[in-house]
Write a protein that binds this ligand. Sequence first.
Ligand code: GLN
Length: 540
Amino acid sequence: MSKTKYIFVTGGVTSSLGKGIIAASLAKLLQAQNFRVTIQKFDPYINVDPGTLNPYEHGECYVTEDGAETDLDLGHYERFLNIATSQANNVTTGRVYQSVIEKERRGEFLGKTVQVIPHITNEIKARMRLLGESGDYDIVITEIGGTVGDIESLPYIESVRQLIWDLGKENTIVIHLTLIPYLAAAAELKTKPTQHSVKTLMESGIVADIIVCRTEHELTEELREKIALFCNVKREAVIQSIDVETIYDVPLKMLEEGLDKAVLNRLQLKSDQAPDLTQWNIFLNQFKNPTNQIKIGLVGKYVELQDSYKSILESLIHAGAINETQIEVVSLHSEHIDEKNVEAQLQSLDGLIVAPGFGDRGIEGKITAIAHARTHDIPFLGICLGMQMAVIEYSRNVVQLPDANSTEMEPDCSSPVIDLMESQKSVVNKGGTMRLGAWDCQLEEHSLVKTIYGSKTISERHRHRYEFNNDFMATVFDDTLQVVGVNPDTGLVEIIENKKHPWFVGVQFHPEYKSTVANPHPLFVAFAKAALTHALDRKR
Ligand code: GLN
């Protein structure tokens, strides 16, 4: 008999309903009652991981401690739960097929015809059980990407059906998230799409135990009863998920609706305490009652799509809350910044972030924005490509290396201050081959970052192929721009600081992947504080 309980979250009617947030909110409520919970996401697309996907396709690529390039929902899981996820927490169809095909090549199927059922479904089921079998968790929540009825999700739905039998009904539960659309012309909320999507699930042999209804308007009691009746669930199992001001409200809404109770009852689990959300509520209270307001510019080339820089935006929310400051993020498209308009675009900003990125589109705009921030004392945080561009800007404009560049942008450049890492030179495949995951960084004793982190050795997550070219160390760095963090094993430049600027930091890593509600990232917290100081100074 399995001790771990498994919760499956499926989606119906449309995509983008926020399954990840519902899963993370439920996990938060269970964690707050002392259950050991983790969440995993199964994505139906054929890419082995989202690392090769353009952010316009699938939003930000999130990176775990162990260097997995994953779906951005894992970011929500970590931010809500404050526990690390890993490669095991995100599985795609591509990865499933890749391992089944590798087994076939090794002859592991002993001459059998390899088929979706049972070979692909067995692989999916094994992966769905993997974290549960570690013994580290009481409850594993599995989010199935896509929408029920999609051709590509079928093997996952079939695997869930089989797993319910393998593990027993008392150990498994299916939560179905649907949309209750509002027809303005009829002034009515409609349940029919939900009825159909529950029916589609049933055709695959799965009975939803709980229906979570996304809605823009309150569901009446009558409507809830109707959904229960038509969808074959108890009235308590119809949970409303109404639009809220912030995703961080969702756990409280789910608590009000009794989602955790419905789940625990159905799984025959007893909770020994009411959910302790003290820390969560303190955060929400700070977030909702700011005493100050600042504007932070975010320069990137994917700014049209909110999800492209998800973790940076969330990190700013955490940092804003702790500083009791409302942060308005002003998106600046790097391709639209030039010498002529930079002053106008940046003049109302209290801080500037230059985002990570790849390729040469928009980089001159980034360099121009950085030059302005450097010479106008605007607090600046350069992340990954943002740090590399800060080095190029300084090299060109201060060190007088007019042709300084990154070989990513200009392979034959004569002053390659940013160059491909040695370990990358023999790499041919694009997928999963960058310098990924957590690496140590040693901080300079007398540096701003050492004070910010409060420790000499830190560990941060990475995702890059290029680095500062140490041949230029003596040329580029001086009393003003300094290297204040390096990788202790390779000497790779991890952090730069401008000593003559109130707050100018560039990092080769991605601090945004590690900021959580319980542990806002110190760099973002310090950056927001510096921006606030800048804002208050300007008002004087
Ligand atoms: N394109 C740069 C590199 O590969 C920066 C990557 C990033 O910003 N994540 O090094």
